[in-house]
Each structure stands twice: as structure tokens, then as C-alpha cells.
Design a protein around this ligand. Structure first.
Ligand SMILES: [Fe+2]
Ligand SMILES: [Fe+2]
Length: 206
């Protein structure tokens, strides 16, 4: 497998995001890396627990169960990697912060209507979190001064890009492609609006 080909494919996928991260963010993040690591650790935890929830909600959709079972392990592995970095620096995990970005993003999941629409929204909301996380990790992998951390974040970037693709593929497996693409456009617009209105702060991944 050519990693260059995979990378450019992923980069194109990430470009689906309508609003690139404010370039000031990575500079702010680099001076509060302890806070970034703590926030990142909780993001990975949330990714793992949300995948578990999706497996519980859609336990009869065998492809979802099969695909997401290993992702739970992978996200938990990410949590442990970040936790290790926190401990290596003599820090502790600390308190969980309010995740404004994810809370606002998930508000777009339709509450009424059909079960299919809700499942689509749940999968697309995860795809979007993965895409934005991937984009932020890319920024860190390019913009941090510390070479070790640049490489550290490059690995996360690659992994989350794969997850973005996976959630889209799962949606298209159960729901007509046309419908998925149309709704994805709405999600991308919603995500860009959240980003536009969010304060740029260096102690958060999003
Ligand atoms: Fe992750
Ligand atoms: Fe992920």
C-alpha cells in the first residue's frame, strides 16, 4: 500500500470540511499543550463510549457491530496513549471539560422522524467529529515546535481520517447513497456554522 496515495485520499476527504481551522489555533495550542492533552484524552474517551452506544442502539445491524467493535478498542488505545503522555509530563488527567463543540454538533441529530434518519445522523455526526479532529491533528502535526509531538499527532491524524471514511461507508451500506450525500451536505454546513461562532482557544482540541 502506498502511504502517499492513502494520505492524499484522506486529505481530500478532510477537505469536505467547509471551514479550515483558524491558523492562530495551533500557536495557542502549542503554549498550553498540557490542556490540549487533557482535552484530547477526554475526546478519545468520548469516541470510545459513543461507539459503544452505537453498537448498543444498532445491535441488529451486523456490519455496524463488526466494524465498530475494533474501533472501540482503537479509541481506548488512543486514550491510553494520550494518558501516557500526560503522566510522562508529571501531569494528571484532571477534570473533564464541557465539550461545547460536540454538544452543539450533536444537537443537529434529529429527535423525531424515522429511525433511519436518526441512525444516519448518528453516523454522520461521528464522521464529522472524526473529520474535524483529523484536521486539528493535522495542524498540530505540522505546526508544533516539538518534533516528537508532531509525529505523535501525525499518527492520530491518519487514524481519525480512516474513521471518518468508515462512518460514511457504514451509512452508505444501510441508507441510499443519494440520501447520505444530501444529508452530509447539511451536516457540513451545520459544522461550519459551529466553527465560525466558536472562540479560538488553545486549551481545546475543538
Ligand atoms: Fe481516536
Ligand atoms: Fe476516531
Amino acid at each position: 500500500m502506498s502511504s502517499t496515495a492513502t494520505y492524499s485520499e484522506h486529505t481530500r476527504s478532510i477537505l469536505n470540511l467547509q471551514l479550515p481551522t483558524d491558523p492562530r489555533w495551533v500557536d495557542l495550542a502549542s503554549i498550553s499543550i498540557g490542556d490540549i492533552l487533557t482535552d484530547h484524552a477526554f475526546c478519545e474517551q468520548k469516541a470510545a463510549t459513543t461507539c459503544i452506544s452505537i453498537i448498543q442502539w444498532y445491535s441488529e445491524k451486523e456490519e455496524i457491530v463488526k466494524a465498530l467493535a475494533p474501533i472501540v478498542t482503537e479509541e481506548w488505545g488512543h486514550f491510553r496513549l494520550v494518558l501516557n503522555e500526560i503522566h510522562k509530563r508529571g501531569l494528571t488527567l484532571g477534570r473533564r471539560r464541557k465539550d461545547i463543540y460536540v454538544n452543539e454538533l450533536f444537537e443537529f441529530i434529529q429527535k423525531g422522524g424515522g429511525e433511519e434518519g436518526r441512525m444516519l445522523d448518528r453516523l454522520l455526526s461521528m464522521a464529522l467529529v472524526e473529520a474535524r479532529s483529523c484536521e486539528r491533528f493535522k495542524r498540530l502535526s505540522e505546526g508544533l515546535n516539538d518534533e516528537y509531538l508532531r509525529n505523535f499527532y501525525r499518527r492520530f491524524m491518519e487514524s481519525e481520517a480512516g474513521h471518518y471514511t468508515l462512518f460514511l461507508e457504514l451509512a452508505e451500506l444501510y441508507i441510499p447513497k443519494e440520501k447520505v450525500r444530501k444529508r452530509l451536505e447539511e451536516w457540513l454546513e451545520h459544522e461550519a456554522n459551529i466553527m465560525k461562532n466558536m472562540e479560538v482557544r488553545g486549551d481545546r482540541i475543538h
